[in-house]
Design a protein around this ligand. Structure first.
Ligand SMILES: C[S@@+](CC[C@H](N)C(=O)[O-])C[C@H]1O[C@@H](n2cnc3c(N)ncnc32)[C@H](O)[C@@H]1O
Length: 200
C-alpha cells in the first residue's frame, strides 16, 4: 500500500487541500477558454478535488491516478455527486490511450511526485490536439521542508524557467505563469504557481 493509498480516506478533511484545488480551479477558469465540448485529463487527480471543480464546465474529464486508494474514494464521490462525465483511470502516465486527442491537461500538486518531468510533458503533448492547453499547478522552489516525509517527492518545487523548459522541449508554448495561492505551514508561506501552455 502506498502513502497515497493510506492518505486517501482522510484526504479531503484537510482544508488547505480543498482551498488549493478551488483556487487553482478558479484561475484555470479565468486563464483558459474552457468549452462544454472539451475533453480534459486531470493528472494525479487524487480524490478529484480539482476534477469535480472543473467537471461542470467540460464534456468529459478523465481523472488519472496510480493510487488505488485515491481512485476508490474518487469513485465513491462520482456516485454521490452523480458526476456522469468524470471517468476514473487507475494508471500512471504513459500507459493510457484516449479515443481522441484531448483539449486540456490539468494537474494540481502532483508533478513534484514524478521523477522524469520531461517524459511526463512529452506524454501530455502526445495526448493533446494541436492548440490544446496544459494548466499545471505546483509548488514554487522550496527547501524540502514542505512535506513531513519526502518519500516519493522527486522535486522540491520548481522555478519558472525550469518548468517552461519542460514545456518547450515537449512542443508546448508557455502562455502564462502566476502565483495563484500560498500554503501556510511551519510558520512560513509556500507559494503555488499555475503554469499555462499551449501545444503548437
Ligand atoms: C499531492 S497529491 C495531489 C492530488 C490532487 N491533485 C489534489 O490536489 O488533491 C499527488 C497525487 O499524484 C498521484 N501520482 C503521483 N505519481 C503519479 C503517477 N506517476 N501517475 C499517476 N498519478 C500519480 C498520487 O497518487 C497522488 O494522488
Amino acid at each position: 500500500m502506498s502513502l497515497f493509498d493510506e492518505a486517501a480516506k482522510t484526504w479531503d478533511t484537510k482544508p488547505h487541500r480543498v482551498e488549493t484545488a478551488k483556487k487553482v480551479g478558479e484561475v484555470i477558469l479565468s486563464s483558459v477558454p474552457l468549452s462544454k465540448e472539451w475533453k480534459v485529463l486531470d493528472f494525479g487527480a487524487g480524490t478529484g478535488l480539482l476534477t469535480f471543480f472543473l467537471s461542470p464546465h467540460v464534456s468529459r474529464i478523465y481523472a488519472l491516478d496510480n493510487s488505488k486508494g485515491m481512485i476508490e474514494v474518487l469513485k465513491e464521490k462520482i456516485e454521490k455527486l452523480n458526476a456522469e462525465n468524470v471517468e476514473p483511470v487507475l494508471s500512471s502516465y504513459g500507459e493510457v490511450q484516449f479515443k481522441e486527442p484531448l483539449d486540456l491537461v490539468v494537474s494540481s500538486m502532483s508533478v513534484h511526485h514524478v521523477e522524469d518531468v520531461e517524459e511526463l510533458f512529452g506524454w501530455f503533448s502526445s495526448i493533446l490536439r494541436s492548440g490544446g492547453y496544459v494548466a499545471v499547478a505546483d509548488l514554487l522552489k522550496e527547501d524540502g521542508t514542505f512535506h513531513k516525509d519526502n518519500t516519493r517527492v522527486f522535486h522540491f518545487g520548481f522555478e519558472r524557467e525550469e518548468f517552461e523548459k519542460y514545456m518547450v522541449s515537449a512542443g508546448i508554448e508557455p502562455v502564462s505563469f502566476k502565483v495563484v495561492h500560498s500554503i501556510e505551514r511551519n510558520g512560513r508561506e509556500y507559494p503555488i504557481f499555475l503554469s499555462v501552455g499551449r501545444k503548437i
